[in-house]
Design a protein. Structure first.
Length: 555
């Protein structure tokens, strides 16, 4: 199964888009009670092909509407498709987001109207083709397919995709030949996708009811197709990238925001009884919500604004029926701030993601949220770590690069769903998947890169026992993840203007995904503290200007 939770599961939970690959010892166990069957896989697939049929008609378009109940959050998705061009609108109460693609260029508009390119395959829309693709996993010649047997009126086939760690199990109905359900592993959990209410449209039979479950009933997702038209003309203007609509109220000219910077020494356990230290800044902005002053960290690399779920409940923010607790644990949910003030700048009906917050707690300041791309895309933000300031300029101020000399560096950004990626060279291997984020105390090398180029990195401690650290990775279950790390040495690394030889870099033991990217490295606060950072997101650029700390540290 190529997708984390088969499209629909990501409709609202993929706001942060982050995931670690995990494993478990019992994930490969076949279903209980399966007995030998006399039919072959080829006979089952032939029966399935006959049951599903083939779509007729020369015009490759579709217009369909789905109704979903996702963890209690109810809404609809409207999907228009013409060939490979598409438009998808998801609405749940006041929460509305859109996806699209036109002539190969994908885009996403979030709940606040902020538009970002989608540079990789979008798994949060375009559902119908992705579902059809998954239903045909067993017939894909690249996959390893074998017959397991039969069970309660069903034939059970095991499918293992090329490179997959765990198999999926596909249940075919003996009478109809259609797929009743599929069981697969998503981020270390075995989940079940059930199909029902098959109907034929223009010769192709498809399910009109889909149910997803990981075994926790309150977190189940249910999807019902309400209508479908095939082969009808669709206006291509629907597929074109729209303009962002989110703006601060009454913002004009330069504004100094109520910010402060903490330069702290961070220590990380890298295993073998060793620790690694770094000095890094935390840039904090005061945000007033419902008359209450809250401290939010500014994160150049976070796509969405995040608030601690406990604080969200204290503020009485709406849940729109979505489940917020399951099996004693907090569940991430989307909500809306009726109003928020940042140094005189106003935001109204601003959507945020409520997550359990496990990072950035210290004695003097309690950070309860993160300002991300949705806010930072509204102008040009200058982060001054030496003087502890944050300035906001209109985007037009920087229609041209502010640096005429050779001290400043300009970084071009590739955005994917609001995550900023820059280019770098890691041990002579070019990479376009370096995440830029000041909110990480350390710069990191990620396990996916190490897996591809094992000779590029040396474990400094040379001990099989790695350390454990809490790092501000965000996903649908929280902000701040406890992961396995070690200290790696890389012979040569260049990220932006920073060039290091035999650099010791904290390495995460496992892959990390942001947006649709597998991240190779993260440029964090331990490096960025030496620069004034201009986040010129409207022009897809970042400017780095060496500051006083730079010239003190590097002569």
């Amino acid at each position: 199964m190529k997708r984390a939770s088969l499209t629909f599961v990501l409709l609202l939970t993929a706001a942060t888009g982050t995931a670690f690959a995990r494993g478990s010892k019992d994930l490969d166990t076949p279903p209980a009670g399966v007995t030998p069957a006399t039919v072959t896989v080829s006979q089952i697939l032939k029966s399935y092909d006959s049951a599903t049929g083939r779509r007729t008609g020369s015009i490759d378009t579709s217009n369909e509407v789905w109704q979903f109940n996702k963890q209690g959050l109810q809404g609809t998705e409207t999907l228009l498709r013409s060939g490979s061009d598409y438009y998808s609108k998801l609405a749940a109460g006041p929460l509305v987001e859109e996806y699209g693609q036109f002539l190969g260029h994908g885009w996403h508009r979030d709940y606040n109207g902020v538009v970002s390119p989608v540079a990789t395959q979008d798994s949060a829309s375009f559902e119908m083709l992705l579902i059809a693709s998954n239903l045909n996993d067993a017939s894909d010649p690249k996959n390893d397919v074998k017959m397991l047997g039969e069970l309660a009126g069903q034939y059970v086939v095991q499918v293992k995709e090329t490179g997959a760690k765990h198999p999926e199990f596909v249940y075919y109905d003996k009478k109809s030949g259609l797929i009743d359900k599929m069981s697969y592993v998503s981020y270390g959990e075995r989940v079940t996708l059930t199909f029902g209410d098959y109907r034929a449209t223009r010769g192709l039979t498809q399910p009109w009811h889909i149910h997803w479950s990981d075994g926790t009933a309150s977190l189940d997702d249910d999807f019902v197709r309400k209508s479908m038209s095939v082969g009808v003309p669709i206006d291509s203007m629907k597929f074109i990238t729209p303009a962002s609509s989110m703006k601060f109220q009454s913002f004009s000219g330069n504004v100094k925001l109520p910010a402060k910077v903490f330069i702290d020494t961070y220590t990380i356990d890298v295993g073998g009884g060793y620790q690694h230290d770094a000095d890094a800044p935390t840039l904090v902005v005061r945000v007033n919500v419902n008359g209450r002053g809250l401290d939010f960290a500014v994160s150049a690399g976070e796509a969405n604004t995040i608030i601690d779920s406990g604080v969200a409940r204290e503020l009485g923010l709406p849940t729109y029926g979505q489940t917020t607790h399951a099996d004693g644990d907090d569940v991430a949910w989307d909500t809306v701030l009726p109003s928020a003030e940042i140094g005189g700048l106003s935001l109204h009906n601003f959507a945020v993601r409520a997550l359990p917050f496990h990072y950035h707690a210290n004695d003097s300041t309690k950070v309860v949220g993160v300002l991300g791309f949705d806010v930072l895309s509204s102008g040009v933000f200058k982060m001054d770590f030496d003087n502890g300031t944050l300035d906001l300029y209109p985007a037009s101020t920087y229609d041209n690069s502010p640096f005429a000399g050779d001290q400043g560096a300009t970084l071009n950004i590739l955005f994917d769903r609001g995550y900023p990626f820059i280019q770098g060279t890691l041990a002579a291997h070019p990479s376009e998947n370096v995440l830029f984020d000041n909110d990480y105390a350390f710069s990191y090398l990620l396990g996916g890169f190490v897996d591809r180029y094992p000779d590029a990195v040396t474990d400094v401690v040379t001990n099989k026992s790695h350390g454990v650290a809490t790092i501000p990775f965000a996903d649908s279950s929280g902000y701040g993840k406890e992961v396995s790390v070690y200290l790696g040495k890389i012979p040569d690394i260049q990220i932006g203007p920073a060039h290091f030889v035999n650099y010791q870099m904290v390495t995460v033991d496992g892959p990390l995904y942001y947006g649709g990217h597998e991240v190779d490295a993260i440029m964090g606060g331990d490096v960025l503290r030496y620069y004034d950072v201009y986040l010129d997101y409207p022009h897809n650029k970042i400017y780095l200007q060496p500051n006083k700390s730079f010239f003190k540290a590097f002569h």
